[in-house]
Design a protein around this ligand. Structure first.
Ligand code: RB5
Length: 163
């Protein structure tokens, strides 16, 4: 299986360790940047790159790392077909795949250490979607929300959360 991995400056150092871990575990790694530590870079650029790698079929799963994991998960989940979540406990890291078909794991390098991150990656990568009827039904409902939410609606977004 191939894994697309991306990180902004908040996650750059951890990205190197996780890319190495994935290779050691036998996964193909598609590095979506950042290529260097740049304090001025922006997490949505890497969330987009990882999401697009998945949508192009270059990888089956993604891992995004920023300072908290939050920005990366918000940005990545805007993309059709991307189901990204921050998981800092191993239960969520595997259950998110088994029940919700999560395909992108987001990590916060300022929140967790390298070894916890590696355990989370193992839990995420070792899990598969359980595919039971209730999980498919819920996923279909999520996809229905995604279908309705497409289009350019910046004004609506501003009303929900003023910017
Ligand atoms: C970057 O300084 C930081 O804001 C970003 O990595 C992330 O934590 C956003 O959620």
């Amino acid at each position: 299986m191939k894994v697309a991995i991306g990180a902004d400056h908040g996650g750059f150092i951890l990205k190197q360790a996780i890319a190495e871990q994935l290779s050691q575990l036998g996964y193909g790694v598609v590095d979506c940047g950042a290529e260097a530590l740049n304090p001025g870079d922006d997490y949505p650029d890497f969330a987009r790159a990882v999401g697009e790698a998945l949508l192009r079929g270059e990888a089956e799963r993604g891992i995004l790392i920023c300072g908290s994991g939050v920005g990366a998960s918000i940005a990545a989940s805007k993309m059709r077909g991307v189901r990204a979540a921050v998981c800092h406990d191993t239960y969520s890291a595997h259950q998110g795949v088994e029940h919700d078909n999560m395909n992108v794991l987001c990590l916060g390098a300022r929140v967790i250490g390298d070894e916890v991150a590696k355990e989370l990656v193992r839990a995420f990568m070792g899990a598969t979607f359980a595919g039971e009827e209730r999980f498919r039904r819920r996923l279909d409902k999520v996809l229905e929300i995604e279908k309705q939410a497409t289009g350019n609606v910046p004004e609506q977004s501003r009303r929900i959360a003023p910017m």
